[in-house]
Ligand binder design. Structure first.
Ligand code: ASP
Length: 318
């Protein structure tokens, strides 16, 4: 299984105060997914278990730690895809759902649809049941509030910047979205992604995270991918699907396909961010064009490996 906790331009030094908390969260998420898989559970349950932990963790820009919109609200996006059946579920712009990934899973399994938004998605959650609602105040964390204040100040200082998407820290450009990809014993891949989007977003903006093929994709024929970065670019270049399509249609490895799309296509287009994933044999892929991407993987041996930037990168198992 592989996971991420967001990409951005940061160094180990920039995150030194947050690194231990992030390492603990990423390790806990990896081990939660690993336990599901080791017990013979499904890839879908494994990615959901991992993402729920990261959604509940205040360090990450998903669930509890979601960033703020320009209006001072939190609007959450999430998606999940089953690589065996090619079914998928997603929600966008939900404001009262503690774990949006659980609702995305319900959209996949209990409705004929793929993507539901805002009030409609929340009405569906009430109707189906089993989803925890929280007041909007649940999502308020001081770190994210201050990031919004800095983004608004930076925007005022720079005329026209309202139309430029912000990372969640104008200084560090750290995004913080979370995602997971797992391969189970039956050989099925699943991918999941969850986010609060971009700090200071407005007008009902939705990024790539709930868009199947952009921020999330899984197919047993090729690979599973979860993305993080400037969502607009990931949507336009259908990044997750492009990586898996290259694997399916050509003899390229999943890692090389990810590098082609992130280091060439996305970079030349001007997008920032990265992806994690697995090929259909369970080999991890990781690629990012920022200096950092919080990420990790765990194999059948149960040894979790967590990395943050290019500085602490170790070779992936092959
Ligand atoms: N990709 C997310 C979005 O654009 C942001 C992120 O990765 O942190 O909404």
């Amino acid at each position: 299984m592989a996971i991420h906790g967001g990409a951005g331009n940061f160094t180990l030094d920039d995150i030194k105060d947050r690194q231990d908390a992030m390492r603990a969260g990423l390790t806990e998420a990896l081990m939660a997914g690993h336990r599901v898989l080791a017990a013979g559970g499904t890839a879908l349950d494994a990615v959901q278990a991992a993402v729920v932990i990261l959604e509940d963790h205040p360090e990450f820009n998903a669930g509890k730690g979601a960033v703020f919109t320009n209006a001072g609200t939190n609007e959450l996006d999430s998606s999940i895809m089953d690589g065996q059946t090619m079914t998928a579920g997603a929600v966008a712009g939900v404001k009262h759902i503690k774990n949006p990934i659980r609702l995305a899973r319900l959209v996949m399994e209990k409705s004929p649809h793929v993507l539901m938004t805002g009030e409609g998605a929340e009405a569906f959650a009430k109707e189906v049941g089993g989803i925890e609602f929280v007041p909007e105040s649940y999502f308020r964390t001081e770190l994210r509030w201050q990031q919004l204040q800095r983004a608004i100040a930076a925007e005022k200082a720079k005329q026209g910047a309202a139309l430029v998407p912000h990372g969640d820290d104008p200084g560090g450009g750290y995004f913080g979205t979370v995602g997971a990809v797992a391969l189970d014993r039956a050989g099925n891949l699943a991918a999941a992604t969850s986010t609060g989007g971009l700090t200071n977003k407005r007008w009902g903006r939705v990024g790539d995270s709930p868009i199947i093929g952009a921020g999330t994709y899984a197919s047993n024929r090729s690979c599973g991918v979860s993305a993080t970065g400037t969502g607009e670019y990931f949507i336009r270049y259908t990044v997750a699907r492009d990586i898996c399509a290259r694997v399916e249609y050509t003899s390229v490895s999943a890692q090389d396909a990810a590098d082609e799309v992130i280091q060439k296509v996305l970079t030349e287009a001007g997008g920032d961010g990265g992806v994690i994933g697995l090929d259909r044999y369970g080999r991890p892929l990781m690629s990012f064009n920022t200096t950092g991407m919080n990420r990790g993987y765990v194999g059948p041996d149960g040894n979790a490996v967590v990395m943050f930037t290019t500085q602490d990168a170790v070779p992936l198992p092959r």
